[in-house]
Ligand binder design. Sequence first.
Ligand SMILES: Cc1cc2nc3c(=O)[nH]c(=O)nc-3n(C[C@H](O)[C@H](O)[C@H](O)COP(=O)(O)OP(=O)(O)OC[C@H]3O[C@@H](n4cnc5c(N)ncnc54)[C@H](O)[C@@H]3O)c2cc1C
Ligand SMILES: NC(=O)c1ccc[n+]([C@@H]2O[C@H](COP(=O)([O-])OP(=O)(O)OC[C@H]3O[C@@H](n4cnc5c(N)ncnc54)[C@H](O)[C@@H]3O)[C@@H](O)[C@H]2O)c1
Length: 480
Amino acid sequence: MSGTQEQVVDVVVVGGGAVGENAADRASRTGLDVALVEGALVGGECSYWACMPSKVLLRPGAARDAARRTPGVADPGDLDVAAVLARRDEITHGWDDSSQAEWVSSAGLTLVRGHARFTGPRELTVTSDEGTTTLRARHAIVVATGSTASLPPIEGLADARPWTSREATAAQHVPARLVVLGGGVVGVEMATAWASLGSEVTLVVRGSGILAGAEPFAGELVLEALRAAGVRVLLGAEARAVHRDAEGVHVTLDDERLDADEVLVATGRHPRTRDLGVEVLGLDPGAPIEVDDSLAAVGVDGGWLFAVGDVTGRTGTTHQGKYDARVVGDVVAARFGDDEDARTAEASAGAWSRYRATADHAAVPQVVFSHPEVAWVGRTEAEAREAGLDVRVVSYELADVAGASVISPDYRGRAQLVLDAGRDDVVVGATFVGPDAAEMLHAATIAVVGEVPLSRLWHAVPSYPTVSEVWLRFAETAGL
Ligand SMILES: Cc1cc2nc3c(=O)[nH]c(=O)nc-3n(C[C@H](O)[C@H](O)[C@H](O)COP(=O)(O)OP(=O)(O)OC[C@H]3O[C@@H](n4cnc5c(N)ncnc54)[C@H](O)[C@@H]3O)c2cc1C
Ligand SMILES: NC(=O)c1ccc[n+]([C@@H]2O[C@H](COP(=O)([O-])OP(=O)(O)OC[C@H]3O[C@@H](n4cnc5c(N)ncnc54)[C@H](O)[C@@H]3O)[C@@H](O)[C@H]2O)c1
């Protein structure tokens, strides 16, 4: 096939990452004819270069640490690097998306492969090796094009073939020396993973601590653990220049030069709107697509444009992007499908209905799979104070919970609840730091979304002896 084809469908979703796939699936539920456009691999960043490979690189180190902390279990020694990388290759299906493409077809969606650009309202051109397709939507277009790693304007960096999160999750060898720029989620997770696999890692952090979005105590505990694991962490340090030569890559800071085999840039991401033709819609290429709680784009007339996932700047994780995808899919299905009841319900929908992404404002869960893990939901103490709440904070050392002492005499961790004293001590935020803390988070997410007061949580009895008994300790510490 070559030349220009034309295709008209009810709804087009641009970007077949985890978020776009979900939005397309739900939008098709009232009988709408939906096309999903993907320029690279169906499944997007999360499946191939982000969540899944990074977690598989991190898990063996966590399991080894757990074994080392358990009396009576022999030290497993060094990780089997070849086996870890093989498992990573398996979970990414060798970067082959045929099983996800099959799912798209089985869900009744039309997969259009190629790079999409807007040419006008409700209209795109999709370019691939096969030719160009003009794709028109009768009703709506949902943009789910995700985000790309940002390269800061550091002298020589772009020419030094730096790793981004893509290379850091797809590498086929362990660099002997790795410099990581940025102390956010990617920087901390990847420093942890590659150190566990044998790299000598230096983490260069501009600020005075790591994981700036989390409670300060979380960053402090992870920093301590990174240093104990042999990672050199430089705080208040900034890369001024980078260059690569036959010896490797050299990172110049203000007061020293770091020599390494690879440098990973983990300094944030930007929305993928630069090469999308959004200027024809009056939007700014490179900027996020701003949306309201129904995920409709702000500033574009006609009510046909929606956006979801990383491209909105509203969510930065797969789980929250998929929550928004369920909302936008249902909104599109209701507004443009044949179901009159759904149309009426959506038209009068308010906060916390299935048609509004209300949780994005103050109930977002986030996990950092560092060693120890950090898991939090809702507002941190500082955010709650900034929002003007009457804040009450309850903290507890997890090692003092019976369940933790069963797991290990060397268990280390801490948890904290943020309560709104002005509303009967409703839980507005929670943070857990410790081994496998991620698995403790969902109880807190339910409490935050349900706006449950601590006096009611008193009746939610945690099993003995589990680390979740910290919920009872929270209540006791708060005076119940
Ligand atoms: C290293 C790393 C680890 C992470 N770990 C986690 C984690 O453990 N848990 C978690 O919840 N989140 C994690 N995240 C975040 C998560 O990966 C993103 O939030 C998620 O991938 C966003 O999904 P998305 O569908 O919006 O975008 P993407 O996954 O980026 O998908 C967008 C898709 O659109 C396609 N596309 C873009 N432009 C066009 C175009 N013009 N035409 C056609 N197709 C186009 C792209 O090829 C891509 O497939 C991690 C991120 C990184 C970088
Ligand atoms: N487990 C997870 O859910 C997970 C894992 C990885 C990434 N993610 C998501 O991916 C996104 C990107 O993560 P990230 O770590 O790249 O971004 P981030 O915003 O979390 O961290 C970037 C860090 O780089 C620093 N920085 C920015 N510019 C710099 C510069 N010029 N020099 C030095 N430092 C600089 C920032 O101060 C910040 O600390 C986030 O939305 C994150 O939530 C999620």
